[in-house]
Design a protein around this ligand. Structure first.
Ligand SMILES: Cc1ncc(COP(=O)(O)O)c(C=O)c1O
Length: 436
């Protein structure tokens, strides 16, 4: 038996007691619990790469504004369901400044995290056209969005984009769209878990097909601006965050404040509809929402029914953050650039020790460094690697749970790994290599 940083007996005992039936299919939260238990039982710290928590302090501008709003009494009052006016106009400005896209404040809706924005969109889109009852996921993707479909009893289809980059995306997408049952296409960009970023050519393909087949594109920008190969940090100046909104009017954007502003705890995000989608009339919405107008249906039907809007004080926080981004006094991307630095160092440690990066290119360009990366080890499945990592005090999640067909891989998240822990990671990876 080879020497490992954590004893095999301890890991095996905790794993067998954990109730996890198949490690490769365990959810992110189950893995988190398992690692906590192994850390306690062994007294050894893990290199924690399983969960996408920001790992940085929340934006101070947001906290100050939120405290003031609470002191001014906003906690006692229901916020408007569609959001407070100052937030809606800052959202609209932010979209102009950082995406170079025009949307009216009325089409900008704050939600309880972008998690809820997505759910509201799925619930409303699935009622908009009787003939179209299915969401198409361009995978790999964020597993919870599929869980939302399951709990709602909504249909979805999915494919792994790994073999369909560039021009090949067109034929693959069309093979789904031509069936006529798809109402929306969803993907995240930069992508959780693989950190691929669609090129403009790919976004154009998606947008043009959305026009041709009349489907809505739900573009999840949870990692807004974090393709650090292009610096989009200057308000109103090119380059801008790439977006499908340049190629279609049928879009809804999900912009999270969790990662860009490290504001995950307050559960506030942005759902931005195109003005075209907001004003679009779908007769099939009437029985459910009493109106054919998409924008009214999603706000006064779905968001009202789900949560009656989102936290009043957090809306003031987000309004202040966006205002500072818009006037250039807060360079939010400076705060999060550390993720790219860590990813760069960590990826090198893995590849120096026989690992390889699974999703490694955007067409012909090497992938950006950012919040996540994907790794595999020769001749090991993702599940085997995850299990083996437990003995080396390293945690991650399998790509299998993200809709990826790359059964060999794991997703690593850099956010919770402090710079000071990197020498320990390197040592453990060297030991892993020596033992394999
Ligand atoms: C792709 C993606 N979408 C949405 C979310 C959720 O964002 P929020 O915290 O705003 O609900 C995440 C969080 O990890 C994510 O990775």
């Amino acid at each position: 038996m080879k020497n490992t940083p954590i004893s095999r007996e301890i890991v095996d005992e905790i794993l067998s007691k954990s109730g996890i039936r198949q490690l490769g299919l365990a959810s992110i939260r189950e893995i988190k619990r398992l690692i906590n238990d192994i850390e306690i039982a062994s007294g050894e710290e893990f290199i924690r790469m399983e969960m996408g928590i920001p790992g940085l302090p929340a934006s101070a501008i947001g906290i100050d504004a939120q405290i003031k709003a609470l002191q001014n009494g906003c906690a006692a009052i229901y916020p408007d369901i569609d959001g407070i006016p100052e937030l809606k106009s800052e959202m609209s400005l932010f979209i102009k400044n950082f995406l170079n896209i025009d949307v009216s404040p009325s089409s900008c809706i704050p939600t309880v995290g972008s998690m809820m924005g997505g759910m509201a969109a799925f619930m409303t889109m699935s009622r908009a056209d009787k003939k179209k009852d299915t969401t198409l996921f361009i995978d790999p993707g964020f597993p919870v969005q599929k869980q939302q479909h399951r709990v709602l009893g909504l249909k979805f289809e999915t494919f792994d984009v790994y073999n369909f980059r560039g021009e090949a995306l067109k034929g693959k997408l069309e093979s789904y769209l031509k069936k006529g049952n798809i109402h929306s296409i969803i993907y995240s960009n930069p992508n959780n878990p693989s950190w691929i970023c669609f090129t403009d050519k790919e976004l154009q393909i998606i947008g043009e097909l959305a026009n041709q087949y009349d489907v809505v594109v739900l573009e999840d920008l949870a990692y807004f601006g974090m393709d650090f190969r292009n610096d989009i940090s200057q308000p109103g100046k090119a380059p801008f965050q790439p977006t499908v909104a340049n190629y279609t009017k049928n879009y809804a954007l999900l912009i999270s404040s969790s990662k860009a502003f490290s504001y995950a705890g307050e559960r506030i995000g942005m759902l931005v509809l195109s003005d075209h989608l907001y004003n679009r009339e779908y007769e099939d919405l009437i029985p459910y929402f009493g109106t054919p107008l998409f924008g009214r249906a999603i706000i006064y039907g779905t968001v009202y029914a789900m949560s009656s809007g989102t936290s009043h004080s957090a809306q003031y926080a987000l309004a202040a953050i966006l205002k500072a981004c818009n006037d250039g006094s807060y360079r939010f991307l400076d705060d999060v650039r550390i993720y790219a630095k860590k990813a760069n160092m960590m990826k090198k440690m893995f590849t120096d020790n026989n690992f390889y990066i699974v999703y490694d290119k955007d067409e012909d360009k090497p992938l950006a460094d950012g919040f996540y990366f994907t790794i595999a080890y020769p001749n090991m499945s993702g599940e085997e690697l995850l299990k083996e990592f437990l003995y080396y005090g390293i945690s991650a999640i399998t790509l299998s749970i993200t809709g990826s067909e790359r059964t060999e891989g794991l997703r690593a998240c850099v956010s919770l790994v402090p710079l000071e822990q990197l020498p320990l990671l390197e040592k453990r990876l060297q030991q892993f290599k020596a033992n394999h």
